[in-house]
Design a protein around this ligand. Structure first.
Ligand code: AHR
Length: 601
């Protein structure tokens, strides 16, 4: 392999080439990155468009001593359902430990000894209350943290918010929250939240999952979907206005594509905050009045277009604007740096896409000419027939096909909008639940994107996250349960590209007639410590290959090999995967370069 590091063979890679795509799929956010431990905290699940239910809340006790029901009695206008708990027993006539309700969170809450959890709940009762609020093991037998909530009738005879911290005296990754009492009477509960206080930057994101994202150094984050944005039906699509403001007042919604309820704690504001915390450019995918099964006609689309304009005012408007003031009240008076909007997801070719798109496009460019607009129509083979700054390109395919797509954008016209490869992954038998083979083919594909990065502006793997208890989509880059997380080989593969964005691409050539499935890419990049050359080679074959490496075009007196390293992502079988039990079966192993290849010098 010859790497040419001379000036003539250099090409600048765009600073935003590699980023991430966060979709609310597989409980990626609700029960995942969003650290809220209570599932269905407002008893609203099902929402406006399906009968509400209290799932997964359940009762402590039995029908002889307790009855729970729901009613539209909440003090919150947009989510009226509250839970009514009627206790029939009193004092010693109650079972020991009392009766009440419990919430197991998302397949068990992770409670860790010594950690503090912030509890907020809303109550109403005509009589004084004495409620134990506890974090316990899944059967209630082990109490990990508890507080007695005692309030006088004069305080709770109207809806009252009560809050306090609980400190855990034990650990259990399959815990639950219990609200129990031994006092006869009726208590209404609503909007019950438990959050660990050690979230990332205090912004509500689960710290261990954030660490996985930080390691990728993403230059952009596309959110919040995917199909999640569209909805199976428009009535269940992501409507950003319902996801901002105080968490207690958000109605939540049932994501009918991936089939679960979300309280929308992770709302539009939190996504913008997430982007800022990661130092990544936010890419906001707006619902364009099109779902999987219904579409708004172009003649009726203007309220949807206005909703998009309002979303930009929310992100960027001054604190005295209508929507900017809501952002400011949420604790972020400075604008967010929103510069990209995607109009819909995978909707090109649908009946109203183009007509609606044009309305969005011109409204956007009229009001915010600097915003980059992303079309859903693929312009990689034939030029788009409509204006756009970028176009989405999605690919889910076999390892051999993606490997051969290394050349995909070589023949794309160099004029017109650039490609945003906003979803790519090897899927199907080659991928299993996340194989090394998939990761290698994806790396080969990314080499091609680097080479064609004059016309490919951005790329992101999909999906990013999966809670192992709801792995609806397979494979996924990062898999977790309540307390543990691992990266699939496709996750680790992306760590080989963390310095690519903004780097200089160097020319690479294999001087061999061997038909080995080898591809390579080399970059030079800088940080405060110096200038570096990184060379990456993918071998997707079954056999070892001995490759001789020459770097030409570097001044040998300025090259220092001490401290150089090799990092290898390999395993005994191409189909090897990681798991919660074996999280590092396929993970990068780093060693000293000089030690491994002494003859190179
Ligand atoms: O990444 C999973 C899904 O694949 C996305 O929601 C959708 O855009 C694509 O079809």
């Amino acid at each position: 392999l010859v790497v040419n590091a001379s000036d003539v063979a250099r090409q600048q890679i765009p600073p935003t080439l590699f980023g991430i795509f966060f979709e609310e799929i597989n409980h990626a956010g609700s029960g995942g990155l969003w650290a809220e431990l209570v599932s269905n905290r407002g008893f609203e699940a099902g929402g406006l468009h399906a009968p509400s239910n209290i799932d997964p809340w359940s009762i402590v006790g039995n029908v002889n001593v307790i009855n729970v029901s729901t009613g539209l009695t909440s003090c919150f206008e947009r989510n009226k359902v509250a839970l009514r708990m009627e206790v029939f027993c009193d004092g010693s006539s109650c079972p020991s430990g009392g009766v009440g309700i419990y919430n197991p969170g998302f397949w068990g809450m992770n409670v860790e000894q010594g950690k503090t959890y912030k509890v907020v709940l809303h109550v109403r009762s005509l009589a004084s209350i004495n409620v134990s609020v506890s974090l316990t093991s899944s059967d209630g037998s082990q109490v990990l943290a508890t507080n007695n909530l005692i309030a006088d009738a004069s305080v709770v005879n109207h809806w009252t918010m009560l809050g306090f911290n609980l400190q855990a005296i034990g650990s259990n990754s399959n815990s639950r929250l219990q609200l129990t009492t031994t006092t006869k009477g009726v208590i209404w509960f609503d909007q019950v939240s438990v959050m660990p206080i050690d979230t990332y930057k205090g912004h509500g994101f689960r710290s261990d999952l954030m660490e996985m994202l930080v390691r990728l150094k993403p230059r952009f984050i596309r959110f919040p979907g995917g199909c999640f944005v569209e909805g199976e039906w428009l009535r269940n699509a992501f409507r950003w206005k319902e996801t901002v403001g105080p968490w207690q007042e958000r109605p939540g919604h049932f994501g009918d594509v991936w089939n679960y309820w979300t309280d929308d704690g992770l709302g539009y504001f939190e996504f913008l905050q997430l982007a800022e915390d990661l130092g990544a450019a936010p890419i906001w995918v707006i619902n364009n009045g099109i779902s999987h099964r219904d579409e708004v006609d172009p003649t009726s689309i203007s309220p949807f277009v206005q909703e998009m304009l309002d979303s930009i005012e929310f992100a960027r408007g001054a604190p005295d604007t209508t929507w900017g003031s809501i952002r400011a009240a949420m604790g972020h008076p400075e604008p967010f740096d929103l510069q990209y909007i995607a109009i819909g997801n995978e909707d090109c070719g649908k009946r109203n896409y183009l007509a609606n798109y044009l309305k969005y496009y011109y409204a956007l460019k009229g009001a915010y000419p600097d915003i980059q607009v992303i079309s859903n129509c693929d312009g990689s083979s034939t030029p788009l027939d409509h204006p756009a700054d970028l176009y989405d390109f999605h690919v889910y395919t076999s390892a051999s096909t993606l490997f051969s797509m290394n050349q995909k954008f070589s023949t794309t016209s160099r004029h017109g909008p650039k490609a945003f490869v906003s979803e790519y992954a090897v899927t199907g038998v080659d991928a299993g639940k996340g194989s090394l083979k998939a990761a290698l083919a994806e790396a080969a594909f990314l080499f091609g994107l680097e080479k064609n990065s004059d016309i490919v502006a951005m790329a992101s793997y999909a999906p990013l996250f999966a809670n192992i208890n709801d792995k609806t989509w397979n494979p996924d880059a990062i898999v977790f349960n309540s307390s543990n997380v691992y990266g699939a080989p496709s996750y680790w593969m992306q760590t080989f590209f963390t310095e690519s964005s903004g780097a200089t691409l160097l020319d690479t050539k294999f001087q061999s007639n061997m038909s080995t499935p080898l591809v390579a890419s080399a970059i030079s990049w800088k940080n405060s410590q110096g200038d570096y050359v990184t060379i990456r080679i993918v071998n997707i074959g079954d056999d070892y290959v001995i490759a001789h490496l020459s770097i030409v075009g570097l001044d040998p007196t300025s090259v220092q090999l001490t401290g150089s390293k090799t990092t290898v992502l390999s395993s005994s079988s191409l189909m090897d995967e990681n798991s919660l039990d074996y999280p590092h079966k396929v993970a990068p192993v780093t060693d000293s370069f000089v030690k491994k290849v002494p003859r190179w010098m």
